[in-house]
Design a protein around this ligand. Structure first.
Ligand code: HEM
Length: 453
């Protein structure tokens, strides 16, 4: 069957190699315009055969309907796994399914309620800390740094509660950040592999990864020998038993799953929050609506989850923020066997990239796609949003396991911080977007912080 897709020439790939390494989004977008199509072929990094698509039906096909034929590509299963092991996020096939079944119950409603309690404690501590800083004269913050600190604490405490101290949390954060940067370089600049080897970069990265494993292994072993119960994710992972043999996970599996939940769980949320505070400052009318909502509700300690769900306008705001700035801006899969979809022949081992950012900004699906309009996500409109035109948490069997956790966290942090503080942009526009593993703001977004009266 004839294939309809156009292909980016190698000359063009070479010409754009450096630009692509810094920010691929404008190049990807321009190519869609040039080809006047929703999908095209390109050799990524000059080497890997790939399709990039912003066609929601094609995306539904690879993530959901035909998911059996599409696995995660080596970006996650090898590059990411080199550093954070073979956990839920980084594995494929039977093994992934087994792990997903084992871990999924740990994110059910009852568990979520206790996570919200952890979140409340950590946000409360952060608020007190920030108040002190403001009162002692500190008025400028880098939002991404602040939000990374907070979400890092939350995910660390949800995983290990009292088993992790402040110093370990900080070490975790810097090591994971370093390793993510290393992965991006590996993927975007495969032609510099020789240099990373001879310059000692590879060795340095392996040492940092080993330090990270030692840290987590130490925490797991302490918990095992103490036999204490804290109702956190680690307890759940230790207690989980496989259906077929009734056994628990090995130490290596425990380590891998902790690392994965940790790595997947904080940077994504920190970026979503940073963009949300930025957008709310740029759109004061919406910020006023959020404040009205916050002043109406207060969290009932007997049903935290239920009260949080009443923050419906904040839900709309964070949803819209993740439409404009999806933390995971591209999702990739690799074809196990040849496949055909709507005039496209997908060959074995070909990578299909679902371009989340592109779909979220496509005027075919969104009116004024670059405008911040939270009420696109008003309850009564949700049903009319076409499948896979909005998918910040992915879709199909590999939908983000932390989706509810993250939504609760976003709503809680936005409501709690805006109650006590105002944040105003303290740098010139435009803010530069950096698509790393997650979609970041280059400057981290400098903001002025003040106490609300
Ligand atoms: C705003 C915050 C978040 C966003 C935007 C987000 C986004 C995503 C996306 C798009 C995927 C699917 C990737 C793919 O299909 O290739 C994913 C998977 C995953 N996420 Fe999240 N995530 C967030 C927060 C969290 C949190 C808080 C946790 C854990 C506490 C978490 C844990 C995971 C795990 C373990 C997977 C792999 C699931 C599997 O393959 O079975 N995420 N996330």
């Amino acid at each position: 069957m004839k294939d309809r897709l156009q292909k980016v020439s190698q000359l063009q790939v070479l010409r754009n190699l450096l630009k692509f390494a810094t920010n691929p989004i404008p190049i990807i977008d321009d190519t869609f315009i040039d080809f006047e199509d929703d999908s095209y072929r390109v050799n990524l990094g000059g080497m890997t055969k790939a399709i990039i698509t912003k066609d929601p039906d094609f995306i539904k096909h690879i993530l959901q309907k035909g998911a059996r034929n599409y696995q995660k590509s080596i970006l996650q299963t090898e590059h990411l796994a080199t550093f954070i092991g073979k956990g839920l996020l980084t594995s494929n096939g039977e093994y992934w399914l087994k792990q997903r079944r084992l871990i999924q119950p740990g994110f059910h409603k009852k568990a979520l309620d206790s996570f919200v309690e952890i979140m409340q404690v950590e946000v409360g501590r952060y608020v007190e800390r920030l108040k002190k800083r403001v009162l002692s004269g500190e008025h400028e913050i880098i939002m991404l740094k602040e939000m990374s600190y907070l979400t890092l604490r939350i995910v660390s405490k949800a995983l290990f509660s009292v088993g992790i101290d402040d110093d370990q949390i900080a070490q975790f954060g810097s090591k994971v950040d370093h390793l993510q940067e290393a992965i991006i370089q590996k993927v975007r600049q495969p032609f510099l592999a020789w240099w990373r080897k001879i310059s000692g970069t590879d060795r340095k990265n392996s040492i940092i990864a080993q330090e990270l494993y030692d840290l987590v292994t130490g925490i797991i072993q302490d918990r095992k020998s103490s036999k204490e119960q804290h109702g956190d994710i680690l307890d759940m992972l230790l207690a989980a038993r496989y259906e077929d043999n009734g056994e628990g996970m090995t130490d290596q599996q425990l380590l891998d799953e902790c690392l994965v939940l940790f790595a997947a769980g904080y940077e994504t949320t920190a970026n979503a929050l940073t963009w949300t505070f930025y957008l709310l400052d740029q759109h004061r009318d919406h910020q006023h609506k959020v404040l009205d909502e916050i002043n109406k509700e207060s969290i009932d300690p007997n049903d935290r989850l239920q009260t949080l769900m009443q923050y419906d306008y904040i839900r709309q705001v964070v949803s819209e923020s993740m439409r404009l700035y999806p933390p995971v801006w591209m999702i990739d899969r690799i074809a196990l066997e040849p496949d055909h979809f709507d005039g496209v022949n997908i060959t074995t081992d070909e990578i299909v990239n679902a371009y989340v950012y592109g779909v979220h900004h496509d005027p075919k699906h969104w009116d004024n796609p670059y405008t911040f309009q939270p009420n696109r996500f008003a309850r009564e409109k949700l049903k009319s949003i076409k499948a896979y035109t909005y998918f910040p948490f992915g879709g199909g069997p590999r939908l983000c396991i932390g989706q509810q956790f993250a939504m609760m966290e976003l709503q809680l942090i936005v409501s709690r911080l805006l109650k006590d503080f105002s944040f105003t942009l303290n740098e010139d526009l435009p803010i530069q977007v950096v698509p790393s593993i997650t979609l970041r703001a280059k400057s981290g977004i400098k903001m002025k912080v003040a106490l609300r009266n």
